[in-house]
Ligand binder design. Structure first.
Ligand code: CDT
Length: 320
């Protein structure tokens, strides 16, 4: 029997600081109803989908910082979303800022959860690749303080759900080949990724015009090279004066984009994804068992940064 998952993109337009979680959850519910009306089994929402993208601000007051975090999930604000999911029989991926208690200590993660069609949380993922910086850098038009506010998560697992093998990643993770490969080695068939990507990249403004291209390039490469579906969903548009890309899309294991959002506002789009399509790639070109050569890949886990071969000097750009 074919294994189809009808996956909806639940793209959000901007969330301003004054918007309450209750208002945002209403928007998420509206997208869920639209997705259900066209037969979705699963809807994917963005990274940090309950509040504005707060790492754009430098804050020192811990109470102010913590006002953007969730201490439990579901909680009062998100219970209506879980209730609607149960009523409609539709699962979801949701990104949010998580305040966890670990051994009597508060730890803050950039987190996503996977909720099944009975509204049960079946997996949690904590963002591994935290971009940006940890200290205030006033020369930037806006900050990107994920390294200040979050702790990196432990790694990439996969979960049996929706009739297949599901994985999760968050935003900057999608740019790293390792993200997909670690899940690829666990047989992943669909990787769900929420993101907030400002058009302007302060350390590399020459890349601004390429933001949408890099978004698709990364996800298409990850999909094809691991024979997996990849679903990327934006929080888009101008949020507190900062413009972020849209470009939410669903990529097939062939690397082809099969569905995409067209606006930078709240928008739903859907694709019927055949999980058995993964096997066509995973049993041939990317049959890891037959073709990978791990003996040649040791440096990937042994080294973090670049070490130049003896006698070579770094290009000027790298020395800066
Ligand atoms: N949220 C997130 O990870 N955004 C980054 C922005 C660029 S790095 C400052 C991204 O990789 O899209």
């Amino acid at each position: 029997m074919p294994r189809y998952v009808n996956v909806a993109l639940g793209q959000l337009g901007p969330i301003q600081r004054a918007d309450s979680r209750a208002q945002v959850v209403q928007r998420l519910c509206a997208l869920m109803r639209e997705a259900h009306a066209v037969g979705a089994h699963l809807i994917v929402y963005p990274e940090l989908a309950l509040t504005t993208f707060f790492p754009r601000w430098y804050m020192e007051d811990q109470a102010e910082i913590d006002s953007f975090f969730e201490r439990e999930m579901p909680n009062e604000a998100t219970r209506p979303l879980f209730a609607l999911a149960r009523e409609l029989g539709i699962g979801f991926y949701l990104g949010y800022a998580e305040l966890a208690e670990e051994g009597g200590r508060s730890v803050r993660y950039n987190t996503s959860i996977l909720v099944d069609r009975t509204a049960r949380i079946v997996a949690k993922y904590r963002k591994v690749h935290l971009p940006g910086h940890a200290e205030h850098e006033p020369w930037r038009r806006f900050q990107h303080l994920e390294k200040r506010y979050f702790t990196p998560g432990p790694g990439f697992g996969v979960t049996r759900a929706f009739g297949g093998v599901m994985g999760m990643a968050i935003c900057n993770d999608r740019r790293w080949a390792e993200t997909y490969r670690v899940m690829g080695l666990q047989g992943v068939e669909m990787v769900l990724i929420g993101y907030n990507t400002p058009v302007h990249n302060a350390p590399a403004p020459d890349h601004d015009d390429l933001s949408l291209f890099h978004n698709e390039l990364s996800m298409q490469a990850g999909a094809y090279q691991n024979g997996t579906w990849v679903v990327g969903v934006a929080k888009a548009g101008v949020e507190e004066g900062v413009d972020s890309i849209g470009g939410s899309c669903i990529v097939a294991p062939s690397g082809e984009v099969v569905a995409r959002c067209l606006t930078k506002g709240d928008e739903m789009a859907i694709a019927r994804c055949d999980l058995d399509f993964c096997g066509i790639y995973q049993r041939t070109t990317f049959d890891f068992d037959r073709h990978r050569q791990p003996h040649a890949y040791g440096l990937i886990v042994e080294r973090k940064g670049v070490t130049l071969a003896a006698g070579e000097s770094a290009p000027a750009a790298r020395q800066a």
